[in-house]
Design a protein around this ligand. Structure first.
Ligand code: PLP
Length: 419
C-alpha cells in the first residue's frame, strides 16, 4: 500500500516495520468515502491478517467435517487440527494442561459459563462477588443473574480519578463471605491495565476464586495464567486478530472438574438415559454441540501470527502510538481524556466540551477515521466519570503515527464545525 507519510523510515525499528505488517491485512488497503481507511476501533474488534483468512478458507476447502464423532479421514483430520489449537492456546496462556482450555463463543459466553456454573457450585445466600467500577457489562450482568438466583450480593471496588483501582478499598471489601473476585485485565473504555497478580494475591487471603476478563488484554500484552495466579481467564478470538464466534475460557482443572455443566447436548455427555446422564471429561463437558471448528482453526492462525509479530514489538510500537495520541489530543482546547492510568494500553477515551461523542464519531467517519462513541458497554464507569458517553480511539500494532496525526487533525476539524 502507499505509505501515509512520505518518509516512513522513522517508524521502522530493526525488527518491526509497521508498513510491512500492514501488508498482511487486506482490509487496511481499502477506502471509505473515497479516503484511506483509518481503523481506530480495535477495542471493538480487530482486523484479520491474510494468514487467518487463508486458514479458514483452507479448512473449508480441504478438511471440513464434524469432529470427535466420525471415523473417516476428514473427521480425524478436523479433530486433530481442532485439538492442536487447544494445545496452542494452552501454551499461549502458559496453562499446565490442555484440558483446562474450553472453547466458547467469546468472552461473554466464557464469563456466563463461569458465573452460572461456578456460581451454582460456590455461592450461598449472603456470599459476596466483588467486581470493579470499570467492568464491561459482560462482566457485570452474568454475576447479577447468578447472584439473584443464589442470594449472593455484588460489591464493587471503586477507582480513582485516573481510572486506577483503589486497592485499599478492595482490601477493606475482602472478608470470609467474598467467594469470587471478577475483574478486567485491561479496561476497554479507559485502557487501564489492572495489577491482576496483586489483586489475586489479595483475594487469596480470603480464599476467593479470581476470574479475569482478558478480552482487551491479549491483543496488547503476553498473558501467563500461572504467573497471574488467577483461577479463570476469558478472551475472544475476534479481539486477537482472529474470527468472530470463538472465545476461550481457561480454568483450573480441579475447578472445571467440580463445576456442573453449563449447557446440555451432544459431545458433553458420557452416557444418556431418560432417567439421567453422565458427563464427559473436561473440557468436553463444557463444549455441548458442534463447536465452531473453522473459527477455532482461524484462532490458531491468529495466535501464530501475533507471536510471530511478537509482544515486545507490539508493546513498544503501541506505547509510542499511545504517547503520541495522548500528547496530540491533550493539547486540544476543551478536550478531556478520561483515563490516565500509569499502566495503560493503547486506548484513548475523550470528551469534547459542547460536542456529543456521536457527532465526533460521525464527522471523523466522513474522513475515513473509524472510532467508537458511546458508553462502551460500561455504563457504571461512565457514571463514575459523570459522562453519558465518550469518544474512543483504540489502537493496534498495525496503526501508524500518521493515523494518530490524522485523528488529532480530525478532532480539530470537529471543533471548527461546532464553533
Ligand atoms: N469484556 C471486555 C473488557 C470487552 O471489551 C468486551 C467487548 O468489547 C467483552 C468483555 C465482551 O466480548 P465479546 O463481545 O467478544 O464477548
Amino acid at each position: 500500500m502507499t505509505p501515509l507519510v512520505s518518509s516512513p523510515e522513522q517508524y521502522r525499528k530493526a525488527d518491526f516495520d509497521v508498513y510491512r505488517v500492514r501488508e498482511d491485512f487486506p482490509i487496511l488497503h481499502r477506502e471509505v468515502y473515497g479516503k484511506p481507511l483509518i481503523y481506530l476501533d480495535n477495542a471493538a474488534t480487530t482486523q484479520k491478517p491474510r494468514a487467518v483468512i487463508e486458514a479458514i478458507r483452507r479448512y473449508y476447502e480441504e478438511t471440513n467435517a464434524n469432529i470427535h464423532r466420525g471415523l473417516h479421514f476428514l473427521s480425524e483430520r478436523a479433530t486433530e487440527q481442532y485439538e492442536a489449537v487447544r494445545r496452542k492456546i494452552q501454551e499461549f496462556l502458559g496453562a499446565s494442561e490442555s484440558c483446562e482450555v474450553v472453547f466458547t463463543r467469546g468472552t461473554t459466553e466464557s464469563i456466563n459459563l463461569v458465573a452460572s456454573s461456578l456460581g451454582r457450585l460456590l455461592l450461598q445466600p449472603g456470599d459476596e462477588v466483588v467486581l470493579t467500577t470499570m467492568e464491561h457489562h459482560s462482566n457485570i450482568v452474568p454475576w447479577q443473574l447468578i447472584c439473584s438466583a443464589t442470594g449472593a450480593k455484588i460489591r464493587v471496588v471503586p477507582i480513582n480519578d485516573c481510572g486506577e483501582l483503589c486497592l485499599e478499598d478492595f482490601e477493606r471489601l475482602l472478608n470470609p463471605r467474598t467467594k469470587i473476585v471478577a475483574l478486567t485485565h485491561v479496561s476497554n473504555a479507559l485502557g487501564t491495565v489492572n495489577p491482576v497478580h496483586q489483586v489475586v494475591q489479595m483475594a487469596k487471603t480470603v480464599n476467593a476464586t479470581v476470574v479475569v476478563d482478558g478480552a482487551q488484554a491479549v491483543s496488547h500484552l503476553p498473558v501467563d495464567v500461572r504467573q497471574l495466579g488467577c483461577d479463570f481467564y476469558a478472551f475472544s478470538g475476534h479481539k486477537l486478530f482472529g474470527p468472530t464466534g470463538i472465545g476461550v475460557l481457561w480454568g483450573r482443572a480441579e475447578l472445571l472438574e467440580a463445576m456442573p455443566p453449563y449447557q446440555g447436548g451432544g459431545e458433553m455427555i458420557r452416557t444418556v438415559t431418560f432417567e439421567e446422564s453422565t458427563w464427559a471429561k473436561i473440557p468436553h463437558k463444557f463444549e455441548a454441540g458442534t463447536p465452531p471448528i473453522a473459527e477455532v482453526i482461524g484462532l490458531g492462525a491468529a495466535v501464530d501470527y501475533v507471536l510471530q509479530v511478537g509482544y515486545a514489538a507490539i508493546g513498544e510500537h503501541e506505547a509510542a502510538l499511545l504517547e503520541r495520541a495522548t500528547r496530540a489530543l491533550a493539547t486540544i482546547p476543551g478536550l478531556r481524556i478520561i483515563g490516565n492510568a500509569r499502566e495503560k494500553a493503547a486506548v484513548v477515551s475523550f470528551v469534547l466540551e459542547g460536542v456529543h461523542p456521536h457527532d465526533i464519531g460521525t464527522i471523523l467517519d466522513r474522513d475515513g477515521i473509524a472510532i467508537r462513541a458511546g458508553h462502551h458497554c460500561a455504563q457504571p464507569l461512565m457514571q463514575r466519570f459523570g459522562v453519558a458517553a465518550t469518544a474512543r480511539a483504540s489502537f493496534a500494532f498495525y496503526n501508524t503515527f500518521s493515523e494518530v496525526d490524522a485523528l488529532a487533525a480530525g478532532v480539530e476539524k470537529v471543533i471548527e464545525v461546532f464553533s
